[in-house]
Design a protein around this ligand. Structure first.
Ligand code: SF4
Length: 327
């Protein structure tokens, strides 16, 4: 396989098939850097289709690094509400402040410097360098990984090890259109080389693809099972108010309000449990509603009618919307 031919095939496909996404539109270098930074933070853990309206609203209200560095946390979290993983929003703001104070309002252009910024790991740093600065980096997200695994039909534990995937990914080469090339491979994975039913007939790589030759599209994965966790949630009511406490349990929801809850052992029956799939666990929740007049530490009474105006974790909102059954 000649990687120059592969590169051309992938880029030609991208030029004709790429999605129109708000962070891809033509703009100044300054905006490109800001759009890339915000979109890459939002895309960590979240699908493109979900991110689009959040990105548009965020950019409309926080149009540049300076406004991001200055915005108060409550407003910032409001624009992030529903995307989850709120530490991303807080880190984004911290990064904006550092870029303004230490890098003259311009994102640094080395992998090491970028990785020192809050919320930026290996993948995001590579994506920023490729997309915002057209540097020859190829970040490995789930889509790229799937294309690489299928292209080379990688199956065994050694073949799908991180080191081997990086080695194989490097075989895809790079281009003087590095930003487009990185996005092209991600896009190919997202739109064509889909997890369940790859659309090989529309793929530019059928002649090069070992999985296509074998008609074997099963993706080998490292076992990474989500664990089941069980919680008892207490809903305290006082008239039309409901009690929330400051979260100290879940690191990724720092300082947000949740209902009082305790982890419990697996109940005999899960029939009455609400289930929420988080990225690292299946959360099973048993709800008890009871009247209460006194407060508890770090808590506040919230009017039920105003519940939706608070920035709250998605699972807390879901619990609230299921309460009709219990109240
Ligand atoms: S030919 Fe099919 S399996 Fe191979 S990379 Fe393309 S879409 Fe994926």
């Amino acid at each position: 396989m000649n990687n120059l031919i592969l590169t051309k095939k992938i880029l030609d496909w991208y030029d004709n098939n790429k999605r129109i996404l708000p962070w891809r539109k033509k703009c100044s270098q300054k905006k490109r850097e800001y759009f890339t930074l915000v979109s890459e933070f939002m895309l960590q853990q979240t699908q493109v289709a979900t991110v689009i309206p959040y990105f548009n609203n965020f950019i409309k209200n926080i149009p540049n690094l300076v406004s991001l560095a200055k915005i108060n946390e409550k407003k910032l979290l409001k624009y992030w509400e529903g995307l989850g993983y709120y530490s991303r929003a807080k880190n984004l703001k911290k990064t904006a402040k550092i870029v303004i104070s230490q890098y003259k309002k311009k994102l640094p252009i080395t992998l090491d410097e970028l990785k020192k910024l809050p919320g930026i790991g290996e993948y995001t740093a590579r994506a920023i360098l490729a997309i915002a600065f057209n540097k020859p980096y190829l970040p490995m997200d789930g889509n790229v990984e799937r294309v690489v695994k299928r292209l080379f039909n990688l199956k065994s534990k050694t073949e799908i090890s991180k080191e081997n995937l990086i080695k194989k990914k490097n075989f895809l080469g790079t281009s003087d259109r590095a930003g487009d090339y990185a996005q092209a491979i991600m896009e190919l994975g997202a739109l064509i080389c889909k997890p369940k039913k790859p659309l090989c007939k529309k793929c530019p790589l059928t002649k090069n693809c070992k999985s296509y030759k074998k008609q074997d599209f099963e993706i080998a994965v490292k076992s990474n099972k989500k664990i089941d966790k069980f919680y008892a949630v207490k809903i305290f009511t006082k008239g039309n108010k409901i009690l929330l406490i400051k979260n100290t349990k879940f690191n990724f929801l720092k300082n947000l309000k949740i209902f009082p809850m305790e982890e419990i052992s697996k109940p005999k029956s899960l029939k009455k449990s609400l289930n929420f799939k988080m990225s690292n666990m299946n959360m099973n929740i048993n709800i008890k509603v009871m009247k209460r007049t006194s407060s508890i530490a770090n808590s506040s009474w919230i009017e039920q009618a105003k519940f939706s105006s608070y920035t709250l974790p998605t699972f807390t909102k879901k619990i609230f919307s299921s309460l009709d059954k219990y109240l």
